[in-house]
Design a protein around this ligand. Structure first.
Ligand SMILES: Cc1cc2nc3c(=O)[nH]c(=O)nc-3n(C[C@H](O)[C@H](O)[C@H](O)COP(=O)(O)O)c2cc1C
Length: 202
């Protein structure tokens, strides 16, 4: 089977992509508007970029009317955001926070998600998240145009909060304790409970 992606409507291309590019880590992104209203939403088009300088990216797609999501609007206004890591235990509030609320209405308030002030940026972090990365906007790259076009947000990682409950005796992150989830296609998710090791060649 061969799919001619150039000829596919964007919605169909999207449906194939989210089933093919799996599992995807989830950035649970907190932001704040210029007038101080908080926002929280998950994004699974999310990756690290490089360590020099420490940089990550996630993509907020335009909605079906070609409008930017609230997260993108806020980052354009303030240049700051926090990426919170999502363990299995936080799957329900994470999913709830993906609801489309009117601009200015906070998912923190709507879904009773506790927040803690960040240290270097204005958006708060999710209190229950075991790891939060405070980020400063590097740049936003618009890929495409109109509905489902991508606003790729590059963020410089300034400060990382790590709850010691996810560390092992050596002070390193313990994957079993962190228990992150990944996004598959549709409403499906993956857990990271089954792992294996392969030694890398030189
Ligand atoms: C697990 C998960 C992953 C998601 N990943 C993305 C994504 O990568 N890009 C995107 O534009 N929307 C993604 N969404 C949908 C957004 O979270 C949703 O549109 C949300 O309402 C955006 O909120 P905002 O307008 O407050 O920024 C995802 C939803 C879920 C539940």
């Amino acid at each position: 089977m061969v799919l001619d992606f150039a000829a596919l409507p964007p919605r169909d291309a999207y449906a194939w992509m989210v089933n093919i590019i799996t599992p995807r880590p989830i950035a649970w992104v907190s932001t704040i508007s210029a007038d101080g209203k908080t926002n929280l939403a998950p994004f699974s088009f999310f990756q690290g970029v490089c360590a020099n300088p420490p940089t990550l990216l996630f993509t907020g797609a335009n909605d079906r009317h070609g409008q930017k999501k609230n997260t993108i609007v806020n980052i354009e206004q303030t240049g700051e955001f926090v990426v919170n890591v999502v363990p299995h235990a936080l799957r329900e509030p994470m999913n709830a926070s993906s609801a489309t609320l009117p601009y200015g209405e906070s998912e923190f308030d709507a879904f009773s998600i506790a927040q803690t002030p960040s240290q270097l940026v204005r958006p708060p972090r999710v209190t229950a998240s075991p790891i939060s990365l405070e980020c400063k906007l590097d740049r936003i790259v618009l890929v495409g145009d109109g509905p489902l076009a991508g606003n790729v947000v590059f963020g410089r990682i300034l400060l990382v909060h790590i709850n010691e409950s996810v560390l092992n005796a050596q002070g390193k992150i313990d994957a079993a304790k962190l228990d992150t989830i990944g996004r598959m296609g549709g409403d499906s998710y993956a857990r990271t409970t089954e792992r294996f090791e392969i030694e890398r060649p030189d």
